[in-house]
Design a binder for this molecule. Structure first.
Ligand code: PEP
Ligand code: MN
Length: 364
């Protein structure tokens, strides 16, 4: 059972509910608060056997707006039917919320300092302050390029700072990576920010999910499991919130089946409205890992553009896309990387699709 309060409730109102809840045996009340862009959301969750507790026991108490029985296992990230709920958070000057689209374009894997510098300069030319830079690469084969690891972090962060990059999405696969990132960020004088990415291969690595949930310094980009149902992925994502970190973006990146051929994965962006309806999380789409190749439609636009359009018109508010100065020479996922020359068109495309979406909403 979740007891929801007015925005910014008083300590007395929350305290009274907590005190009242302790009167019921077999339940443990737990307070959660999330600082949003406009106000702080506070909830009290009753964990345990709540079936015999009537919701009326809390309805009508000062400051309480709603009491809901929750059947979904993702109780913290769940929306629970609240239509007007504002989602999202702010991190290092970047707003992650449904009212805008953040384009995270960048290297699937950091390879050379020159390529990082060139990519960040191109992003700056296109007024983009968010990027992706893979440093710890979980690869299918041990003989494939595994990423440069911690050694490249100092110059990646330094270059990010020099080009005004505010947030880098970076996959982590182990708790040590968090320490290495923290250390390098400190050494760079906090030149930029990092969003910890949980890759699809680790979508059910519960110990890793707990680790990124136990810290609140970095937001988390959680990628849907490639071979798990949406429900299972949402439950796994809940681990992050249940450990204390509410700043999560849920990323769709396609699911593995040959039925998606010739695309690398079956593009699952039809789930954008589903995740938006079922959770309070901003939704990201990754067209690069979904499509996996630079196929081009007869209209001249790459399939990657077309699926970006499908996700953005459905209300996705973040796009994670591979970009490389020389895709043919990239050490990881070159065939799916956009060239610099394609970036201005992608930026224009995202803006126009987003405007079309907003216009349709205004039509009512
Ligand atoms: C990535 O974004 O670099 C990546 C490996 O993606 P995924 O985990 O979705 O395969
Ligand atoms: Mn990749």
């Amino acid at each position: 059972m979740i007891i929801m309060f007015d925005p910014n409730p008083t300590d007395e109102a929350v305290g009274a509910v907590l005190a009242h809840a302790t009167g019921f045996s077999g339940v443990t009340p737990k307070k959660y608060s999330y600082r949003g862009n406009l106000y702080t959301v506070v909830e009290v969750h009753l964990i345990g056997s709540t079936a015999s507790i009537p919701t009326e026991a809390f309805e009508g108490m000062p400051g309480v707006t709603r009491v809901v029985r929750v059947s979904a296992s993702y109780r913290l990230i769940g929306r629970h039917g609240r239509e007007g709920l504002r989602v999202g958070f702010e991190y290092n000057g970047v707003s992650f919320q449904e009212q805008q689209v953040n384009l995270f374009a960048g290297l699937c894997a950091v390879d050379t300092r020159e390529n990082v510098a060139a990519t960040m300069a191109t992003l700056a030319d296109n007024e983009i302050v968010t990027t992706r830079m893979g440093v710890y690469k979980p690869r299918t084969s041990p003989y494939d390029f595994q990423g440069l690891g911690k050694d490249c972090l100092p110059w990646v962060f330094e270059l990010a700072g020099a080009h005004g990059i505010r947030v880098i999405a970076m996959e982590v696969t182990d708790g040590r990576h968090l320490d290495e990132i923290r250390h390098a960020l400190d050494q760079s004088g906090r030149a930029t920010g990092v969003m910890l990415q949980i890759g699809t291969r680790n979508a059910q690595n519960f110990e890793l999910l707990k680790l990124v949930g136990q810290q609140k310094e970095f937001p988390v980009l959680f990628k849907r499991g490639m071979g798990t149902s949406l429900e299972e992925s949402l439950s796994a994502c809940e681990y992050i919130a249940s450990e204390g970190n509410p700043n999560i973006v849920f990323c769709l990146r396609g699911v593995k089946t040959h039925l998606g051929d010739p695309h690398r994965n079956l593009v699952d962006f039809a789930h954008v409205p589903v995740v938006r309806r079922q959770t309070r999380l901003p939704v990201c789409i990754d067209p690069s890992h979904s499509v996996g190749r630079m196929f081009q439609a007869p209209d001249g636009l790459p399939d990657i553009f077309h699926v970006v359009g499908q996700g953005v018109i459905a209300g996705a508010s973040m796009v994670l896309v591979d970009l490389h100065p020389h895709p043919e020479a990239a050490l990881c996922d070159g065939p799916q990387a956009l060239r610099f020359s394609q970036l201005p068109r992608l930026v224009a495309y995202v803006k126009r699709v987003r405007s079309a979406y907003e216009e349709v909403l205004r039509l009512g």
